[in-house]
Design a protein around this ligand. Sequence first.
Ligand code: ZN
Length: 289
Amino acid sequence: MSPIPFSGNPLDRASERRSDSAWLQAKAAAGLYLPFWQNRPFIAEDRVKFLPWRSEWEGRSCVFLGLDDTQPLFAVDLPGESEPELGEGAFQEMRAGAFFLPGRDTAIAGQAKALLDWHKRHGFCPNCASVTVLCDGGYRRLCSACGAEHFPRTDPVVIMLPIFGNECLVGRNQRFPSQLYSAFAGFVEPGESMEEAVRRELREEVNLETGVVTYHAAQPWPFPSSLMLGCYAEALSRDFRIDRNEIEDARWLSKDEVRTRLAGGIEDEMKLPVTIAIAHYLIRDWASK
Ligand SMILES: [Zn+2]
């Protein structure tokens, strides 16, 4: 089974070496660079396209992605209102790219996007408002005035499928595209375990009480910096009541119905999540057992 899109990154991040600036400089000299512009990776012939360093990129945010075997790979953030000319290829939206790029390219570009995007938004110290500088190949920023260190964020999000017997509950969020029904999701709050966040979100969104929570799989989701924690939640009953502020509709689906729907065997307006979303794997993996 292929990994969930954005996971399965094959690079050796060499995290124990990247704070060594001499080592990093040597890798940068031998590096290949994936250009980004407006949060979009450079893509040609359905692959992300790494290029040799160009002198006009001097001074741009540049992050170390890791070693592909022995080849050092970096990403560089390019400025400007109009799309930079880099020869054959184009800057394409990351979410769209995940549908056709090979899994390894999606994972590598997702890592690059999450990192570059974080740097773009953390040029100033949240402690004293002075300018911060990029260090350790992009895995740290240091405040030039107060010395505070800042590290790239990853925000945990729980995404869960409630299960009762042979049925799962899927819901339609008001923000979803037309007729999409999916798993439920929400940010983990400070001071909350993953399991507690799952139960709280289900209580809030559908007034559903749940017991045992089981972790299934995770997905890095670089929009901008989430880690989706996919779970199953054992519902204590079939009774639910939707919170109309967030959820438009929710329905219990049997395993048979899910299987038939995933195989395209039911033609109605209801849609299940697309294959780049972890919700697809949560639903599919449950129904396949
Ligand atoms: Zn500071």
